[in-house]
Design a binder for this molecule. Structure first.
Ligand code: AMP
Ligand code: ZN
Length: 132
């Protein structure tokens, strides 16, 4: 295995942990408070983690959310994982992004992670204001 930056704990700004998972701030945050939650065990993707690791990651995501609420009081969150290069994954140690969102941080936030492929409008026009 090539060296893994997320297995090199010294380089991470760890903010919380439990028996199977670790949380730390993203080195290049896309919003204030952007954090990552990972299994302590090296696995490449979401689908390689065990149910126990998924449980630990979910619990830790809740802990991180409570910390962010106290410190930054965001208005919302996007959480998710990139799985494979085609989906944008660049670090091949599974990590869940926790991205706090703030009212007005983008002009039109509707759709959130549904907009990872830009300019794909729904043929049924579900995203159009008039239908909501
Ligand atoms: P992805 O593109 O989903 O694989 O995300 C990788 C994430 O890891 C990016 O958001 C990077 O900014 C972040 N990252 C890379 N190296 C580090 C590091 N040493 N500490 C914290 N975050 C990192
Ligand atoms: Zn690793």
């Amino acid at each position: 295995m090539k060296e893994c930056i997320f297995c090199d704990r010294e380089s991470l700004e760890i903010i919380a942990e439990n028996d199977l998972a670790l949380a730390f701030f993203d080195a290049c945050p896309v919003s204030e408070g952007h954090a990552l939650v990972i299994p302590k065990r090296h696995v490449e993707t979401y689908f390689d983690a065990t149910p126990e690791e998924h449980g630990a990651i979910s619990l830790l995501a809740g802990v991180v959310k409570d910390m962010l609420e106290k410190e930054l009081n965001p208005d919302g969150y996007n959480i998710g994982a990139n799985i494979g290069p085609a989906a944008g994954q660049t670090v091949f140690h599974f990590h869940m992004h926790i991205i706090p969102r703030y009212r007005g941080d983008v002009e039109d936030p509707r759709g959130g992670i549904r907009k990872v492929i830009p300019n794909r409008s729904c043929p049924r026009h579900c995203n159009e204001e008039k239908l909501h």
